[in-house]
Design a binder for this molecule. Structure first.
Ligand code: BGC
Length: 389
């Protein structure tokens, strides 16, 4: 009997312990799983202010973030098979499985153009309007920047003039990895700069997952392909996140010939390093870009991919156009340099025979995550090609 009591008490204790353990495990699981949903969250950035100055030590290479905006060195999400779409209040939206139906839904919503068709076509800014500007390089949290700009910019970093119909619909494609501080400064400066230009535009940030070497060119191809699922953009400006324009006469519209925009960068002494350079910031129409089969996907690590594009343009009888050095001026934000790809010259030589096989028609990637943030549209993408060079 004594034994029986003992067993009952123990049994009761075991059940109580089990229930407590179950509740505890649930709490822990919920805590971590909700966190895991959002390990990459720009809205979690703290309101820290640090001033980032432009570097005068740039030697032509570079990735790797100097200041991490949240100070945590937080990396991006592990691969997921789902993606998030936020609603206009940026409250977490229901998670949906990535499928063509979803894309179709986004496309239809976003393709709806200005409903007021009685508006006149926008005029280009006058050639002598505007002039030199001084970027604001004070680092603020994205929340802070968003608060100031979100009344004028639509969700996803999308803008169109309200009093006229834009002549140009421009997708700004930003290849990205790790540079959160730069992104905040970039958005803070670029939106007000672009809003004065009478163009419709949207900023697309294409981030590469961890694991493989950075492939700037492939990310720009992805940006082109994904942006076209939302709207038939007239042209594309491929933009490094660390470059800030210094003159308002530098128009981000659609050029008749491909346009190299970052002609005069402070760290290069405001001089063009060589005549065929096409890196930093460059603009191409949809037709130009598809004609040359986009960028090569074979350049892993720093350098060469823009030189290969330069070769593609020549091959397609296109010419690099440029604004003069007093207009096409940029400042570069400080960052540590990345080791240049030692095989970039070899790739360049081999690339000449591969324009038709290596590019938009050969890229392999997955989109793990998609989200419309107030100031930009974000894609987290994994490249499925091998980075073995
Ligand atoms: C690289 C280019 C780069 C240029 C300027 C060249 O050596 O191949 O990719 O744009 O230097 O930094």
């Amino acid at each position: 009997m004594g034994m029986g009591v003992c067993t009952k008490t123990n049994g009761f204790k075991a059940v109580t312990f089990g229930v407590i353990l179950f509740v505890l495990l649930n709490v822990l699981f919920n805590y971590f799983s909700s966190d895991a949903d959002d390990t990459f969250s720009f809205s979690k950035l703290s309101v820290k202010r640090v001033t980032i100055s432009s570097s005068h030590l740039y030697n032509g290479s570079g990735e790797s973030l100097v200041h991490n905006i949240n100070g945590s060195g937080q990396k991006t999400n592990p691969p997921e098979s789902e993606f998030n779409i936020s609603d206009s209040n940026d409250t977490p939206a229901p998670r949906v499985i990535l499928n063509s139906k979803t894309w179709a839904k986004i496309s239809v919503e976003n393709k709806t153009n200005n409903s007021n068709t009685t508006l006149p076509i926008c005029k280009d800014p006058k050639p002598n309007a505007g002039g030199p500007i001084k970027p604001n390089t004070t680092l603020e949290s994205l929340d802070f920047v968003q608060q100031r700009l979100s009344s004028t910019v639509m969700m996803g970093g999308w803008y169109r003039p309200t009093n006229c119909i834009a002549k140009f619909r421009v997708a700004i494609i930003v290849p990205f990895r790790d540079r959160y501080a730069h992104l905040s400064i970039f958005l803070k400066n670029l939106h007000p700069f672009l809003m004065k230009q009478n163009i419709e535009y949207r900023i697309f940030v294409i981030e590469q997952t961890n694991g493989k070497l950075f492939n700037r060119a492939a990310l720009m191809n992805i940006g082109y392909l994904e942006a076209l699922k939302l709207l038939p953009w007239d042209c594309f400006i491929f933009h490094d996140v660390d470059l800030l324009p210094l003159d308002e006469r530098n128009l981000y519209n659609c050029p008749n010939q491909p346009r190299h925009m970052s002609v005069a960068i402070d760290v290069f002494g405001y001089k063009l390093p060589y005549s065929s350079i096409f890196g930093g910031v460059s603009g191409m129409t949809r037709e130009h870009f598809s004609k040359v089969n986009g960028f090569s996907n074979s350049f892993w690590g720093w350098g060469g991919e823009d030189d290969d594009m330069s070769n593609r343009l020549k091959h397609a009888n296109l010419f690099i156009s440029r604004y003069p050095v007093n207009i096409a001026r940029y400042m570069m934000l400080t960052h540590q340099k990345e080791r240049a790809n030692p095989k970039r010259y070899e790739n360049l030589v081999n690339g000449v025979n591969k324009f038709d096989m290596d590019g938009l028609n050969s890229i392999k990637y997955d989109i793990y995550s998609f989200k419309e943030y107030p100031l930009f549209t974000w894609y987290l993408s994994e490249l499925k090609m091998s980075d073995q060079r």
